[in-house]
Design a protein around this ligand. Structure first.
Ligand SMILES: Cc1cc2nc3c(=O)[nH]c(=O)nc-3n(C[C@H](O)[C@H](O)[C@H](O)COP(=O)(O)OP(=O)(O)OC[C@H]3O[C@@H](n4cnc5c(N)ncnc54)[C@H](O)[C@@H]3O)c2cc1C
Length: 576
C-alpha cells in the first residue's frame, strides 16, 4: 500500500496535548465486543485454512489465486466491512475493520493485497463517490468481482504527491478525460480492475478519477522487492486512456482531499496490522528462546534475552493501547455524524490527523524493532529462510515508507500542532498525586507542557519558517509521540487494574518502564531543541520543564523487565 506526501489542508488535531483523559474515555482491545471478536475469528480461520497453507502460490505470483482468495474473503463478508449497507456492505466501525486487519496481518503479502483493496482501493468511492458511482462500483468491490487499487505515486513524485505529472485533458466532444502519464509502486497493480487515479486537469487541477482497467490501463512487470514477495506491485501506464466524465471522483481540483483524507484512517488501521506483526514475531521468538539451549540452559533464561522479550512485549502493549484508543476516538466522532453527509464524515476523520500520524510512526518503528530483535533471538537461524524470522524482517521494512514516510508523518505531527497552538488551552493533570501511577501522570503533565512550550518557542523564534526547521520539529514530534504512548498505556493499565486482571502488575511494569525510558528520551530531545534555539540566538522558556522531565524518578527497569519477560515466558507469547 501507500503513500507519501506533504499535506496542505487546515484541520485541528492533537487535542491530547491540551486535555487530559480518564481511562473511561479510552477504548482498549480488552473491550472488543463479541461481534467484533467473531469477525476477527472468521478472518483468523480464513487466514489459517486458506491463505497460510498456500502462501507459496502468492510468492510465485499466482495472481489468479489471489483473486480467488479475495472472492472467498468476500463470501465471508471480509471485503464489505466498511462499505455502507445501502451498497452491499455492513457499515461496521473502524475498530471492527482494524481488528479484522490484525488477523490478516499474519500474512503481510496477502494483507497488502486485501488491505489495499478494502482501504485505499474502496474507501475513496465510499467517501467521495456520488450515488451513481457508489451504486456502480461498491457492490462489485464488496463481492470481490472487482479488485481495487490506488494510483497516486509517480516516478518523479512520491512524498510530493501534488507534483504529479499525469495529465487529464477533456476530449473535444466533452465526454471523456484522456489520461496520460505513469504511476509507480501500485499495490495490486498486476491484477486490479478499478484504480483511483490522480491526474491534473489542464495541467494544474489535481483531480481523482475512477479508472477501470478495461478503459486501457496497462501494468508494468511486478517489481522485484525486498519483501512482500507475494503482493503485486507494478507501474501503470496511462497512454491516452479515455475516462468518462462521470468517473471524476469528487470535485475537479480537489483531488488532494481524496488523496490525503483516505490516508488518515488507513494509517491507524495499519497500526493494528503493525502491532499484530510485532506480536507474532515476539511469539515466535519466545517459543524459540524456550526451546533453544546454550551453555546448558534455555536461552530464555539469559538476562539479555529476557531484556529483549520484555522490551518487545512492552512496546506491543503500548502500541496496542495507542491504536485502539485512536480507533475508538475516530468511531465516536463518526457515530456523531450522519454517514451520508460526506463533508461531515471527512471532518470527523480529519480531526484525528495528528493521532493517525503518531500511530503510524510509533507502530511501524515498533514493528521494525521487534522483527529485528526477534531475528536476533534466533541467532544464525534467524538469518535462514528455513526459520520464521527473516521474512517478517524483510516484510516489515515497507511500513516506515508507505502511507507517508515516517519523515513526512513526523512533519505532519509537528506542523499541525504548530498551526493549532494558538487555539490550545492547557488543562490540569487528571491525577491528584496519590494513585499508584501518580509519578507517571506527573511526568505526562510536565511532558505536555514541555511539548507546548517547545512549539511556542519554535513559533516565536522562527515565525512562518518554523515549519522548515525539520530537525528541531522532529525532536518535538518524538516527544509528542511518547506523550501519546504514555497516556494511552496508562489508561489501558488502569482499565486492566480496575478489572482485577491477573496481568495488572505486568501492565503496570510495562507502562512504568516505557515512561522511565521515555522521560530520558524526551529530556534528550528537548535539550537538542533548546540548544538549537540558543544557537539561533533565542532563549527557550522550557529549562524548568526539561529538568522536571529529566528528573522523573522512574523505576528499576532491569528488575521490571525481568518480571515482564517472566510473564512472556510463562505465557509462551505476548501475554496481553
Ligand atoms: C511495496 C510498495 C507499495 C506501494 N503501494 C503504493 C500504492 O498502492 N499506491 C501508491 O500510490 N503508492 C504506493 N507506494 C509508493 C509509496 O507510497 C512511496 O514510495 C512513498 O510515498 C515515498 O515516496 P518516494 O518513494 O517517491 O520517496 P521520496 O518522496 O523520493 O522520498 C525519499 C526520501 O526523502 C524523504 N523526504 C521526501 N520529502 C521530504 C520532506 N519534505 N521532508 C523530509 N524528508 C523528505 C522521504 O522521507 C524518504 O526518506 C508503494 C511503495 C512500495 C515500496
Amino acid at each position: 500500500m501507500v503513500i507519501g506526501m506533504a499535506e496542505t489542508q487546515t484541520v485541528t488535531g492533537g487535542r491530547f496535548l491540551t486535555t487530559s483523559v480518564t481511562p473511561a474515555d479510552v477504548f482498549t482491545r480488552e473491550e472488543l465486543t463479541e461481534e467484533q471478536r467473531m469477525f476477527g475469528q472468521t478472518a483468523a480461520e480464513f487466514m489459517r485454512n486458506e491463505v497460510l497453507p498456500n502462501e507459496g502460490r502468492l510468492f510465485a505470483h499466482d495472481w489468479a489465486f489471489v483473486r480467488t482468495l479475495l472472492r472467498k474473503a468476500a463470501d465471508l463478508d471480509l471485503l464489505r466491512l466498511e462499505i455502507p449497507e445501502a451498497y452491499g456492505g455492513l457499515g461496521l466501525s473502524k475498530i471492527s475493520a482494524a481488528y479484522v486487519g490484525e488477523q490478516i496481518a499474519v500474512s503481510p503479502s496477502f494483507a497488502g493485497s486485501i488491505g489495499s483493496h478494502t482501504s485505499i482501493g474502496t474507501l475513496p468511492t465510499v467517501y467521495f463517490g456520488n450515488e451513481a458511482q457508489k451504486a456502480k462500483y461498491l457492490p462489485r468491490l464488496a463481492s470481490g468481482e472487482m479488485v481495487g487499487a490506488y494510483a497516486l505515486t509517480e516516478p518523479q513524485s512520491g512524498s510530493d504527491a501534488l507534483a504529479a505529472k499525469t495529465s487529464a485533458v477533456l476530449s473535444p466532444d466533452g465526454r471523456h478525460y484522456l489520461l496520460n502519464g505513469q504511476k509507480m509502486w501500485i499495490t495490486n497493480g498486476g491484477f486490479a480492475d478499478l484504480f483511483t487515479v490522480f491526474a491534473k486537469v489542464d495541467g494544474e487541477k489535481f483531480t481523482a478519477f475512477l479508472v477501470e482497467r478495461s478503459m486501457g490501463v496497462k501494468s508494468g512487470p511486478d517489481e522485484k522487492k525486498l519483501g512482500l514477495d507475494g503482493s503485486s506491485t507494478t507501474a501503470l501506464m496511462l497512454d491516452g486512456v479515455p475516462v468518462p466524465v462521470e468517473n471524476v471522483l469528487g470535485t475537479i481540483g480537489e483531488g488532494h482531499k481524496v488523496a490525503f483524507n483516505i490516508l488518515n484512517i488507513g494509517r491507524v488501521k495499519l497500526g493494528t496490522r503493525n502491532i499484530s506483526g510485532a506480536r507474532l514475531a515476539l511469539n515466535n521468538a519466545t517459543k524459540y528462546a524456550k526451546e533453544r539451549r546454550q551453555f546448558g540452559r534455555a536461552i530464555a533464561e539469559f538476562g539479555l534475552i529476557k531484556q529483549k522479550l520484555a522490551e518487545m512485549s512492552l512496546r506491543c502493549f503500548v502500541g496496542d493501547a495507542m491504536v485502539y484508543r485512536a480507533l475508538g476516538d475516530a468511531d465516536r466522532a463518526l457515530d456523531a455524524v450522519d454517514p451520508g453527509d460526506a463533508p461531515a464524515v471527512l471532518k470527523a476523520i480529519e480531526q484525528f490527523a495528528v493521532e493517525c500520524s503518531v500511530n503510524k510512526v510509533f507502530t511501524s518503528e515498533t514493528l521494525a524493532y521487534v522483527v529485528d530483535e526477534a531475528l536476533q533471538v534466533f541467532g544464525g537461524n534467524g538469518y535462514s529462510r528455513e526459520f520464521p524470522a527473516e521474512r517478517p524482517y524483510r516484510d516489515a521494512r515497507i511500513t516506515r515508507i508507505y502511507e507517508g514516510t515516517n519523515e513526512i508523518n513526523r512533519m505532519i505531527v509537528a506542523t499541525r500542532l504548530l498551526k493549532n497552538l494558538e487555539r490550545s488551552e492547557a488543562r490540569a493533570p487528571r491525577d491528584d498525586g496519590s494513585g499508584p501511577l501518580s509519578s507517571e501522570y506527573a511526568l505526562l503533565d510536565a511532558a505536555k507542557r514541555l511539548a507546548r512550550g517547545l512549539l511556542a518557542d519554535a513559533a516565536a523564534a522562527f515565525g512562518a519558517t518554523a515549519k522548515d526547521e525539520q530537525e528541531l520539529l522532529a525532536h518535538v514530534s518524538n516527544i509528542v509521540i511518547d506523550i501519546y504512548a504514555i497516556e494511552s498505556g496508562l489508561a489501558r493499565t488502569e482499565k486492566i487494574a480496575a478489572r482485577g486482571a491477573e496481568l495488572a502488575p505486568v501492565a503496570a511494569d510495562a507502562v512504568r518502564v516505557f515512561a522511565s525510558d521515555a522521560a530520558d528520551r524526551m529530556a534528550h530531545g528537548a535539550k537538542q531543541v533548546a540548544r538549537a534555539l540558543a544557537g539561533a540566538g533565542r532563549n527557550s522558556s522550557t529549562a524548568d520543564l526539561i529538568s522536571t522531565v529529566a528528573g522523573h524518578p522512574g523505576v528499576d527497569t532491569v528488575a521490571a523487565r525481568r518480571r515482564i519477560a517472566d510473564a512472556v515466558i510463562r505465557a509462551g507469547r505476548h501475554p496481553f
